[in-house]
Design a protein around this ligand. Structure first.
Ligand SMILES: Nc1nc2c(ncn2[C@@H]2O[C@H](COP(=O)(O)OP(=O)(O)OP(=O)(O)O)[C@@H](O)[C@H]2O)c(=O)[nH]1
Ligand SMILES: [Mg+2]
Length: 331
């Protein structure tokens, strides 16, 4: 295959250049935003880089019609794989999805049918709708959206089911963090407790009759107090622990964060700030690699609107919705 990179100010310009040089059957293999060259790059300007491939250079003579038909059948699946890989999907998963699609559907597949096909392979990655555990704990790095997500869950549950889940601030050090959760609890009408020590937390976990949502401080687990707290929640029965991470976390950082929080024995992953991320793919790959189903997706600051239970369909949509990454060259 003949491969070439095209750099242009917009994705439309880059795709036009691909079509002009490599023809309508060219495959887009990757699309990324890169720093512009020269002084514009130094000033922070970015441009689109598309890597595209074609079966042959366009200067070669057109093959006979029978050969073209054979090539078209082959490139139907190849095009699906290329579109998925361009969306950041791992090659093995992209191959699986393409192999599962009927040949007739492969040629010129719409984004909607590609998303549906991808979703059928992501059922294990989504926790779907599940009943609340007795205690739901939220852990994760600073500022990823733990407190806001917890408030969204409590507020949606109050609005939909009319019941108020309990809230616990297990954050011994930051007065601001406790106040933030207290305000949410007041507005939502949730019973609220502060647990400043692991003993207080243990007591709160034992005594509550309704499901409890436990917020923790976004501090390093290498901090002694945090480590003890994570071990305590990791050991308890009836506790479901959600590790919270922002959607734009790179695969390398995600692996490091998973390792850092392993004492808390996370059962679920919550992916926040989808609205700010270029792609969910790196984090989704690591979640699948670690076998941690995704429980919730958040895509904005509004409480309670910007929260969804993760489903396979929503995950597939989050992977393929970015127009920069889901584009294919069509004639
Ligand atoms: N754009 C966007 N912002 C979000 C989202 N979720 C939370 N935020 C914002 O992220 C910031 C941090 O949110 P918090 O909920 O305080 O984060 P946290 O993890 O509890 O922070 P610490 O307790 O300091 O570790 C706030 O400004 C939130 O409004 C989201 O889905 N999208
Ligand atoms: Mg917080």
């Amino acid at each position: 295959m003949y491969l070439k990179k095209f750099r242009k100010p917009t994705v439309q310009d880059a795709l036009r250049a691909v079509r002009e040089e490599l023809g309508p059957n060219a495959l887009v293999l990757s699309t990324e935003l890169v720093s512009s060259t020269g002084w514009r790059g130094w000033l922070g300007a970015r441009e689109v880089q598309v890597t595209a491939g074609a079966a042959r250079e366009m200067s070669e003579s057109r093959p006979p019609a029978s050969e073209r038909r054979r090539a078209d059948t082959g490139t139907g699946r190849d095009a699906i794989v290329a579109r998925l890989v361009a969306g950041g999907v791992e090659r093995a998963l992209a191959d699986e999805v393409a192999a599962g699609m009927p040949p007739a559907e492969c040629r010129g597949a719409s984004l909607a049918s590609l998303t549906r096909a991808l979703a059928t392979h992501l059922t294990d990655a989504a926790a779907g709708h599940e009943a609340f555990a007795r205690v739901e704990v939220f852990v994760g790095p600073p500022g990823v959206g733990k407190t806001t997500t917890l408030a969204k869950i409590a507020a949606q549950t109050r609005a939909r089911e009319g019941r108020a889940l309990g809230m616990v601030a297990a954050d011994a050090f930051r007065a601001g963090a406790i106040e933030q959760l207290r305000v949410y609890a007041d507005v939502i009408g949730s019973p609220f407790k502060v647990a400043r020590t692991t003993e207080e937390l243990d007591k709160a976990l034992m005594s509550s009759r309704q499901p409890l949502l436990v917020d923790t401080a976004g501090r390093s687990p290498s901090d002694g107090g945090v480590r003890e707290l994570l071990r305590l929640v990791g050991r308890r029965r009836g506790v479901r622990t959600h590790l919270v991470m922002a959607a734009d976390t790179s695969a390398a950082s995600a692996r490091r964060i998973f390792d850092t929080y392993q004492d808390a024995r996370p059962d679920r992953l919550i992916v926040t700030k989808l609205d700010e991320a270029e792609s969910l793919s790196p984090l989704l790959s690591v979640a699948r690699e670690r076998g941690l189903p995704i429980s919730y997706l958040t895509s904005g600051q509004r409480v309670p609107e910007d929260l969804d239970r993760a489903t396979a369909a929503l995950l597939a949509d989050a992977v393929l919705r970015d127009p920069l990454r889901s584009c294919a060259v069509t004639a």
